[in-house]
Design a protein around this ligand. Structure first.
Ligand code: ATP
Ligand code: MG
Length: 647
């Protein structure tokens, strides 16, 4: 059951098409010979030694890409641009939350990364060792990641908003020898302690032994910190004094680059492992074509945190490999006020802006008068990632932020896929609001039923499972320390066919456009009809009073599941209680079908979100079914439930 109304597609302008990085020939080349195509993409990078084979899939489901090839990831992201004569180009326009800022050129970045690499070597770290990075969005965080990459160390970035318990879990799982952190971090004008959280993590559980030998601390807010002699060192007393000369050594294409724990929307975090050559190839390729990035001309801004995969692939590795000039912003979008992002866009002339639907909906809630008070004419391309974007939010984004002309790329991918898999190509695809449209050249996906049969194009009832039926260069190589869980989670469901099960539902519309419907656990069964939470949420957000909506299927004696909706109203909306609720129910009924009409609608002040900004439907289902709440450790603010339950 899908109720997406027929809608126009937005084709890119002739002007955009004429200058676009990607044309139709890209897909033609990929179709002609997929592996040769990936070989060509890998040639975007500098290889110290060439590979002998593009893909070795004999050890499936663990792939080896660019077999025998040797490269250095940091050399590709930094040194090579300096050697090519672009040392004076700004790599990072860094914008601190309190209003301080810093421009870092590629030459300066090279010096910083080299110093960190020299210091890491001095304290005895060698290729293969793990390093935990628990830092806010400051240049040293990116420098640390690149210094690890330079030495073949495997970094594990832990989002600095996570608790000491979450940090400890991740440090222990990866057996990190070094933790890099800051004294404190700025949050809405206040300094929140961070080093203290590291100490709490490392002394947790009555100080059971752990792997950490060193804690390296960057001074950021000046807050006082607890200190352990012999273990703790200041960055400004160590790294800052190290030599800025360092020669990058080549590593095997399959050298582990990082471990990143998924946010845990669906349970215990998994340490997703990514390696070097294939990962950098696909992040570089996608950043170049999906964002139509022009080095030396564009000013790019991805608003993610480096604690998420989006920060890894589309702040650090993809963009820097393509010689980006990018904005990195430390703070929240409303520090000191709701104009912050648009002030930054104006200040640096941002031309490519990549964010998440949750933020677009927040901007909508704050009102269009805020972005409209700014000159956003530099923006020529917009991106979205993290959740399905509601058509209403998509249109608002295009009109208010994109000046009715910037193409929107709705990019579907996962921590596990490492890089974008499904997305429009901005100079090629005519986009539909809310659709991720289709696979990128070189990527192959299918939408299938339980038994692996293709679902029928355009069939109204045909919501299916999204699977990836061919290996791709930036695919995960496993779950850290748990090969069995890797197989069970992703490869067991379609073991016979050898397909990767993404855990998301999707469908093709009449025109063959691909719509991602969110995770399969979020597809409801109402009297035998499969309805996705995303569709009902989009219908609710389509009402002029609603800013955000979360929908879950709760057990229902008559219909199997009944739809329970939680909505947040816009700042400007009037809460007329039952009258409004009836209106909203009628809206869903009209725009999808009477079957999709919510059984209950609750107007709430906030929705429970993970720290990466996604709605935690699993917990709302617990509320709707009157159960004890499950694990809330990755929630931003567990207190929202008191408000929700009290209604
Ligand atoms: P966990 O796996 O721990 O539950 P997570 O899946 O939220 O957490 P990520 O890897 O960051 O962690 O997110 C990937 C998921 O986000 C996808 O599987 C999909 O459900 C959703 N997603 C990402 N981009 C899009 C998009 N453009 N459209 C629809 N859904 C998207
Ligand atoms: Mg996931």
């Amino acid at each position: 059951m899908t109720g997406t109304p027929a809608q126009d597609a937005y084709a890119p302008s002739d002007e955009f098409v004429a200058a676009a990085n990607a044309g139709p020939e890209l897909a033609e080349a990929a179709e002609a010979d997929r592996l040769a195509f990936w070989g060509e993409q890998a040639a975007r990078l500098h290889w110290h030694e060439p590979w002998t084979e593009v893909l070795d899939w004999t050890g499936a489901p663990v792939a080896r890409w660019f077999v025998g090839g040797k490269l250095n990831v940091a050399y590709n992201c930094v040194d090579r641009h300096v050697i090519d004569g672009h040392g004076d180009q700004v790599a990072i326009h860094w914008e601190g939350e309190p209003g301080d800022s810093l421009d870092l050129t590629y030459s300066e970045l090279l010096a910083e990364v080299s110093k960190a690499a020299n210091y890491f070597t001095e304290i005895g770290l060698t290729a293969g060792d793990r390093v935990a990075i628990y830092m806010p969005m400051i240049p040293e965080a990116i420098v640390s990641m690149l210094a690890c990459a330079r030495l073949g160390l495997t970094h594990s970035v832990v989002f600095a908003g996570f608790s000491p318990t979450a940090l400890r879990q991740r440090v222990d799982d990866a057996e990190a020898r070094l933790v890099i952190t800051t004294d404190g971090q700025w949050r809405r004008g206040k300094s929140a302690p961070l080093k203290e959280a590291v100490d709490e993590a490392l002394y947790a559980n009555g100080d059971v032994p752990h792997s950490v030998e060193h804690v390296l601390v960057v001074r950021r807010t000046g807050v006082e910190v607890p200190w352990t002699e012999d273990r703790d060192v200041w960055w400004h007393e160590t790294v800052a004094n190290a030599s800025p000369e360092h020669e990058a050594q080549p590593f095997d294409a399959e050298q582990p680059l990082f471990i990143l724990y998924t946010s845990g929307t669906t349970g215990k975090p998994k340490g997703i492992v990514h390696t070097s050559g294939g990962y950098l190839t696909q992040t570089s390729y996608t950043h170049h074509y999906v964002f139509d990035h022009k080095p030396g001309k564009d000013v790019y801004w991805c608003t993610a945190d480096i604690g998420w995969v989006t920060g890894h692939s589309y702040i650090v590795y993809g963009p820097l490999s393509n010689r980006v000039t990018q904005v990195v912003y430390e703070g929240t979008p409303n520090s000191p006020d709701e104009h912050r992002h648009w002030n930054i866009v104006e200040k640096y002339g941002v031309s490519i802006y990549y964010t998440a639907p949750t933020l677009v909906r927040t901007f909508m809630k704050w009102g269009r008068q805020i972005p409209q008070a700014h000159d956003l004419s530099s923006i020529r391309l917009l991106g979205s990632v993290g959740e399905p974007i509601n058509p209403e939010a998509w249109r608002w984004y295009r009109e208010v932020i994109g000046g009715n002309k910037a193409p929107i790329v709705d990019t579907w991918w996962q921590t596990e896929t490492g890089a974008i898999m499904i997305s429009p190509l901005p100079g090629v695809t005519a986009t539909k609001p809310g659709a991720a449209m289709g696979t990128l050249p070189g990527i192959s996906a299918k939408i299938v039923d339980e038994n692996g049969n293709d679902v029928t194009l355009g069939e109204k009832e045909a919501n299916g499972y999204l699977v990836l039926d061919q290996p791709w260069p930036s695919m995960l190589r496993g779950i850290w320390g748990d090969p069995e869980r890797y197989k069970a989670t992703y490869w067991e469901r379609y073991a016979e066919q050898g397909w990767y099960f993404a855990g998301d539902g999707a469908r093709y519309d009449e025109d063959g456009a691909l719509w991602v419907l969110g995770r399969v656990d979020d597809v409801m069964n109402i009297s035998g009809h499969r309805i996705s939470t995303a569709e009902v949420e989009s219908a609710l957000v389509g009402h002029h009073s609603v800013a955000e909506a979360a929908v879950v299927g709760a057990n229902d004696e008559t219909t199997g599941q009944g739809i329970v909706a939680f909505v947040i109203l816009k700042g400007s909306a009037e809460n007329t209680g039952d009258a409004l609720i009836d209106e909203l129910k009628a809206e869903v009924s009209r725009s999808i079908s009477p079957i999709a009409k919510p059984r209950e609608i609750h107007i709430v002040p906030e929705l429970p979100k993970t720290r990466s900004g996604k709605i935690m439907r699993r917990l709302l289902r617990d509320v709707a079914e009157g159960r004890e709440l499950g694990d809330t450790s990755t929630l931003v603010d567990p207190k929202v439930f008191e408000d929700i339950k009290s209604r």
